[in-house]
Design a protein around this ligand. Structure first.
Ligand code: ADP
Ligand code: MG
Length: 551
């Protein structure tokens, strides 16, 4: 029988597991793996930094509802990808990182790029193993996939020493594994379903909160139906946006602060009470907040605030159970209640406050008007990526999501530099949808070179860089006689020239009209585009009653 190399066995195993693309950077010892992937018709997307590969792999996993992978070289290559494992763990997203490593036969002798890769990975992963013989690879790949996508999803790491990648074995000695089935969708007891509905009925100010766990679970159909039937007001977390459409009249997003402060009972669906939801604690929430928690991970129940009704199961399956219960015993939240009316009033007040910001013709621009122009130009099913402090926070308010899993951002870890990798993944997974990455100038700088990857792979992403010459608030000029402020970036930069140098199309916009024209032109291009939006360096978010990261 034919001989197969470790590299070929890896590629065939990934193929069986349904991996459609692998992102990474080749070099010793993983070059043969990338070549074997292409031989198996798995797309290999070479990035310019390992962070883009890791972020792309996790975003593709989340968007596909299965698993995607990153392939990196030994030592520094793998270490550059460790942050991406941390980000996937924080977001509860699956991904497979495959790291080439130094040769087993030279263990301890100071081999090229030797590093404690297993230890580094273990800080963040659900599972990590090293293959020591090519024949172990099919089993290890299937174990990795099963671990990553089951229960609470998360990253996994497979370590491949150079001599295992190169070694060949007789195909007859390889025991192939079957495709890992998609995880069982776990349901809850009838008693738990009844308790959840009873709790909702007993609340005066109930609020549904939809997180990215619900998006991962593909629970959008069931959640939309539940909202329609119960007429309960809802809020989404940043990446839970679009599971129920932002435009829905029951969306309390514009009245977020008011709704969180005044609700007496929240129904959390695939969302954690961490900093993003102000820990569920005062002063953002009432003392004695009641909680119904739909969550796949039992250990998460009761985190920070006691849970009155735990629903430990899969968001899609359990929401279907709740809807079935409502078939038998229909119930609707009183639409004429004081609670509903007060949320609507607050929403209108916020809307009126924003009208002048959206209409502002000022140049240099603030964030609101350009984001409104973008919102108006975007197709409804566009996938929007955003990062950078103000850019991301204000985009969250201004740009609506009608579709689930159409928002990706700095996430639970607040990681900057995710944008280029996320955009590559989104355009690859959804070739027919418009992908737009909104980037603060500082955030974009972390991985700007990866716009070249989009040019090379013909992925017509539009990057929009909001330039305020700095991290947070920028500076109009740099005084040569004084120390450079730590948050300053060079005034007068032209980010659009970065993409032009690689063969994409760039636009420099200093006014709302120029931006409108640039958007119209960019959305007609087949090449990737980058729109530089020149902001007033003093531009800021409107005064917030509470700051995100403080209690
Ligand atoms: P967000 O940032 O949107 O609030 P988090 O990442 O904090 O979301 O929380 C998502 C939660 O969803 C996690 O606690 C995770 O365990 C949970 N989760 C993941 N998959 C499922 C699923 N299939 N059903 C229910 N909950 C899930
Ligand atoms: Mg900036």
């Amino acid at each position: 029988m034919a001989e197969l190399s470790g590299a070929q066995i890896v590629a065939k195993s990934l193929k069986t597991q349904g991996v459609a693309e692998v992102f990474g950077i080749v070099g010793l010892p993983v070059g043969p793996v990338a070549k074997a992937l292409i031989d198996e018709d798995i797309r290999f997307v070479g990035t310019r930094h390992e962070q883009a590969a890791g972020y792309a792999a996790q975003a593709a996993s989340y968007l596909r509802g299965r698993i995607s992978a990153a392939l990196v070289v030994s030592g520094p290559g793998m270490m550059n990808a460790v942050t991406t494992l941390g980000n996937a763990a924080a977001n509860c997203w699956p991904m497979l990182l495959i790291g080439g490593s130094s040769n087993l036969r030279l263990l301890g002798r100071g081999d090229f790029q030797a590093a404690p890769q297993m230890d580094a990975a273990r800080l963040f992963v659900k599972w990590a193993e090293q293959a020591q013989d090519p024949r172990q690879i099919p089993f290890l790949v299937s174990s990795a996939v099963r671990q990553a996508i089951s229960g609470r999803p998360g990253p996994v790491y497979l370590d491949l020493p150079g001599d295992v990648i190169e070694a060949t074995v007789d195909e007859a000695d390889v025991k192939w594994e079957a495709r890992v089935p998609d995880p069982t969708r776990i349901e809850v007891s009838d008693a738990a379903v009844a308790a959840a509905i009873e709790a909702l009925r007993s609340a005066a100010n109930p609020l549904v909160i939809i997180g990215k766990g619900a998006a991962w679970a593909r629970a959008e159909g069931e959640i939309r139906e539940f909202i329609e039937r119960t007429q309960l007001p809802f809020l989404a977390t940043p990446m839970g946006k679009g599971v129920a459409p932002d435009e829905h009249p029951l969306n309390a997003a514009a009245a977020r602060t008011f709704a969180l402060k005044n609700t007496d009972l929240i129904f959390l669906i695939g969302a954690r009470l961490n900093w993003i939801l102000h820990f569920g604690l005062p002063p953002r929430f009432r003392e004695g907040l009641r909680v119904i928690q739909l969550e796949i991970e039992a250990e998460e129940i009761g985190a920070n605030v006691p849970t009155e009704v735990p629903l430990v199961g899969d968001a899609k399956a359990v929401m279907a159970q709740l809807n079935a219960y409502l078939d038998e015993r229909p119930w609707q939240f009183d639409d004429a209640s004081e609670w509903g009316a007060s949320i609507r009033a607050e929403t209108e007040r916020k809307h009126d406050e924003n009208v002048p910001r959206f209409a502002s013709d000022e140049s240099p621009m603030n964030y609101y008007r350009p984001l409104k122009e973008i919102e108006e130009a975007l197709p409804r099913d566009a996938i929007v990526i955003s990062e950078g402090e103000n850019t991301m926070a204000i985009a969250r308010q201004v740009i609506m999501s009608s579709h689930p899993r159409a928002r990706l951002d700095a996430g639970t870890w607040g990681t900057m530099g995710v944008g280029p990798g996320f955009a590559l993944a989104a355009q690859l997974v959804h070739p027919d949808r418009r992908v737009v990455a909104l980037e603060g100038d500082s955030a974009f700088g972390f991985d700007a070179t990866d716009v070249e990857t989009a040019v090379r792979h013909r992925l017509p992403i539009t990057w929009i860089v909001f330039n305020n010459n700095g991290i947070g608030r920028g500076t109009a000029t740099l005084d040569p006689g004084r120390p450079v402020p730590p948050n300053a970036l060079s005034p007068g930069s032209h980010y659009e020239r970065i993409i032009e140098s690689f063969g994409g199309k760039g636009y420099y916009c200093a006014s709302p009209d120029a931006l409108k024209a640039a958007l119209a032109d960019a959305f007609k291009q087949e090449v990737p585009t980058l729109i530089h939006v020149e902001l007033d360096p003093k531009a800021e978010r409107r005064q917030q009653e509470f700051v995100w990261w403080k209690r």
